[in-house]
Write a protein that binds this ligand. Structure first.
Ligand SMILES: Cc1cc2nc3c(=O)[nH]c(=O)nc-3n(C[C@H](O)[C@H](O)[C@H](O)COP(=O)(O)O)c2cc1C
Length: 326
């Protein structure tokens, strides 16, 4: 399939694996890229720019296809060494960066002068327009369904994607709630040029996370996620567990008094324990409603091939068939 996104990134299929903390290591990124999609290493999961340089080198040993690096600009007091991470990206010859979080504008010139293509992840039309204005090449439009940070507007993709199509001139992919060929075809119908998946790619053979995480996603239904940290305006969609229930109880009890310090136990530094050790109640971890559509743990290639084959059938038989029936 050829879209503006496959052309922009030089990939075979319009399917992107979004950056994911403690999931987006070289194993997953290379597997997605080898399957013809765009794999993405999560920059900040690497503790230092030197570690990111090593991860990029590892990924290059596992694939000769294009892959990207995610740079998440967090609302933190002491900012990570972003210029150092950008050095690692440029020195490693990475040509694609997925930015997310705050406005990436101050970091764009160095990346773009080196020819790096930027896809910025946004949860609203106004942020997408801003990304377009500051020179991003594409956007990932992340609806309310998404695992991770859906923003504070709560607009699901059925509205957000066609709204983005009404306003944007740069290409965009759908993100949030995407799992299969139906997601891809629906996204294309709503104006997107491909789709970005997070949660779906965690439940794959190559995702280098503990089996308990994959099993939890397969076992979960669309009813099992919760929104946490809304009172802090840092909303995150996570899979429900004992820690999340404790966190929500604190939010309810403390109301407007809630401070980040009150929920440190449930959110700070929990990812390695969950993703690497499989301690599923260690804290709150991002997961999309799309868990309800995930029933197996295929390889990335099986998943991507299945999506593309079924998308073709869906378009050429079901949809075209509906037309000819009339
Ligand atoms: C476990 C997990 C960790 C994530 N970590 C990040 C991150 O560090 N930076 C980022 O930009 N997005 C992150 N995301 C969001 C994904 O890149 C993607 O936008 C999102 O998962 C899409 O929604 P979906 O899960 O419904 O496919 C994360 C998502 C998950 C599920």
């Amino acid at each position: 399939m050829k879209t503006r996104i496959t052309e922009l990134f030089g990939i075979e299929h319009p399917i992107i694996q979004g950056g994911m903390h403690y999931v987006g290591f070289a194993e997953l990124a290379s597997a997605v890229s080898n399957a013809g999609g765009l794999g993405i290493i999560t920059g900040l999961t690497q503790k230092t720019p030197q570690d990111l340089a090593k991860e990029i080198a590892r990924c290059k040993e596992m694939t000769d296809k294009p892959f990207g690096v995610n740079l998440t600009f967090l609302p933190t007091v002491t900012a990570p060494d972003y210029p150092g991470y950008i050095d690692a990206i440029l020195d490693g010859g990475v040509r694609i960066v997925e930015t997310a979080g705050r406005n990436p504008q101050e970091h764009l010139p160095r990346l773009q002068e080196a020819g790096v293509k930027i896809i910025h992840k946004c949860t609203s039309v106004r942020h997408s327009l801003k990304a377009q204005k500051i020179g991003c090449d594409a956007v990932s439009v992340d609806g309310f369904e998404c695992g991770g940070h859906p923003g504070e507007d709560d607009i699901p993709n059925m509205i957000l994607l066609p709204r983005a199509a009404e306003e944007l001139t740069i290409p965009f992919v759908s993100s949030g709630g995407m799992a299969d060929a139906r997601s891809l075809v629906a996204s294309l119908a709503m104006g997107a040029e491909g789709m970005n998946m997070g949660t779906r790619f965690i439940a794959t053979k190559e995702a280098p996370v503990h089996d308990n995480v994959k099993k939890a996603i397969v076992a979960a239904s669309e009813l099992d996620t919760r929104l946490v940290m809304r009172p802090l305006r840092n909303t995150e969609r996570v899979l429900n567990n004992a820690a999340v229930e404790r966190l929500l109880e604190k939010e309810q009890r403390l109301g407007k008094e809630l401070q980040f310090q009150d929920i440190l136990e449930e959110v700070a530094g929990v990812y390695p324990r969950i993703m690497l050790e499989g301690d599923m109640d260690a804290g709150a971890w991002s997961c999309g409603m799309v868990a309800g559509l995930i029933h197996d743990i295929p390889t990335c290639k099986e998943l991507v091939d299945r999506i593309m084959n079924e998308a073709e059938t869906l378009i050429s038989q079901r949809l075209t068939g509906l037309l000819s029936a009339s």
